[in-house]
Design a protein around this ligand. Structure first.
Ligand code: AMP
Ligand code: ZN
Length: 451
């Protein structure tokens, strides 16, 4: 086994060597539960689920600990609850429940641990106290701030120098900050906001300290893999590193930092104002979860991903074909081609190409290929649904008008009879465009939905 992962820390692909193969530890920043997940949020969830499955395959299911947090205290949550006029708890409980349903429908395993920020406030307070005691943080005006210049190699993960950051900073300038880059560890709670008693008064934690405290509580001071979207490298992950390394006096917080690229929709940045905002529950209402999952995996995780309707159709066709060939097949040994692709920094498009090769061998009668296809797809969290459930679903756009098709078949037959072959071909092409394939036989012409 030679798992290689691109490490944002070194900007290189590296061979993965866990600290303790008996307990491989991964932390991924989870959702802030104020709104339903959009398709961009689903990317890290699916990508790191594939890595979780791969690690379980290599090290054994009992030897991998995957922690993905729920951020259930945050400014955005407070603002949304006020907007909707609902209690904060009601909003976070409802949103968390929806998130769980969505990720399960996307074929993701539950993480081993799922800490909620509000369950770890004590750990956060203890960590902040430690940072103050050793001179990396200070209290000012009811706030506690991390003093960035107190850490000489701050900026190492994001590869930004302090000067660059200060020059380009869009950071909040507050009178109580000693340096404009200093960031909040604790802030006072205003009237009506959630808060906890602390040595610095009634208040709540900043977002960055949440992940530092939760990862240390569940995975230890140094662990193997830390993941999230590329947008989190700076400032969120840089600040996590600063807090954790200073508090624990360690060289690194996590040894491998993995970041997924961003997702766009039909070539444009997804935004509510552009009207192309795609939520996971909306997509799941229109497509099976596995189609969404396969569409996501058709692009390697570090690349930008363009989410299109066409890609989902392509994914559906592929799955439909694979389902057909593996319906009554027991999964066999894992195909080396699939494993080799995934081992190479989760090259899922290459793994999918390998599955297509197995499909074609399976279609030519190789039962070994069919068994390999099933095993390889299942390692990626695909072909898990019951074939009957799969068959019961058809894309709405393929819900065909049978009468219209029959009419065109008759028109084509007439064109052929009068030797107007150009017209006959045109009709066949028109049907092909609609996703309908014709089969001419001794009994006449029949049709089927093309795959
Ligand atoms: P948030 O709830 O905004 O903190 O995001 C949760 C996760 O989704 C983070 O890991 C983000 O990096 C990731 N994420 C958000 N938007 C996108 C996007 N458009 N493409 C890929 N990942 C995203
Ligand atoms: Zn985090």
């Amino acid at each position: 086994m030679t798992l290689r992962l691109y490490n944002t820390l070194s900007r290189r692909k590296e061979a993965f060597e866990p600290i303790d193969p008996a307990n491989v530890r991964m932390y991924v920043c989870g959702p802030t539960v104020y709104d339903v997940a959009h398709i961009g949020n689903a990317r890290p969830v699916i990508v790191f689920d594939v890595l979780f499955r791969l690690l379980r395959h290599f090290y054994g299911p009992d030897h991998v600990t995957y922690a993905r947090n729920i951020t259930d205290v945050d400014d955005k949550i407070i603002a949304r609850a006020a907007e909707e006029g609902v209690a904060i708890d009601a909003l976070t409980v409802r949103t968390t429940k929806q998130f769980h349903e969505d990720v399960e429908a996307l074929g993701c395993l539950a993480p081993t641990r799922e800490p909620r920020a509000t369950e770890h406030i004590g750990d956060m307070i203890a960590m902040i106290e430690r940072l103050i005691a050793i001179g990396n943080a200070y209290e000012a005006d009811g706030h506690v701030l991390f003093h960035v210049p107190s850490m000489p190699d701050y900026g190492k993960l994001a590869r930004r120098s302090l000067e660059d950051m200060q020059a380009g900073a869009r950071v909040e300038v507050a009178p109580y900050k000693r340096d404009p880059m200093d960031f909040v560890l604790w802030k006072p709670a205003r009237e009506g906001e959630p808060g906890w008693d602390s040595p610095w008064g009634h208040g709540r934690p900043g977002w960055h300290i949440e992940c530092s405290a939760m990862s240390a509580a569940l995975l230890g001071e140094v662990f193997d893999i830390h993941g999230g979207g590329i947008d989190l490298v700076f400032p969120h992950h840089e600040n996590e590193v600063a807090q954790s390394r200073c508090a624990h006096g360690t060289e690194v917080m996590a040894r491998y930092w993995l970041h997924n690229g961003f997702l766009q929709v039909e070539g444009e940045k997804m935004s509510k104002s552009l009207g192309n905002f795609v939520t996971v529950p909306d997509l799941l209402a229109a497509w099976p979860g596995e189609v969404i999952r396969l569409t996501m995996l058709m692009t390697q995780y570090r690349q930008p991903l363009n989410w299109t309707q066409d890609a989902m159709r392509e994914a559906w066709r592929a799955l439909d074909h694979w389902q057909d060939l593996t319906r009554d097949v027991e999964p066999g040994g894992l195909p080396a081609s699939v494993l080799a692709a995934l081992e190479d920094d989760l090259n899922t498009p290459k793994a999918i190409a390998a599955l297509h090769e197995l499909r074609s061998a399976a279609a030519h009668g190789s039962s070994e290929a069919a068994a390999g296809l099933k095993a390889g797809a299942q390692l990626m969290g695909l072909l898990q649904v019951d074939p009957q459930a799969w068959r019961a679903w058809r894309p709405a756009e393929l819900a065909v008008d049978e009468a219209q098709i029959e009419e065109k078949i008759v028109a084509r037959a007439e064109a052929r009879k009068s030797k107007d072959f150009a017209e006959a071909d045109r009709i066949r092409d028109e049907l092909a465009e609609m996703g309908i394939a014709l089969k001419d036989g001794p009994e006449g012409t029949s049709w089927e939905i093309a795959r």
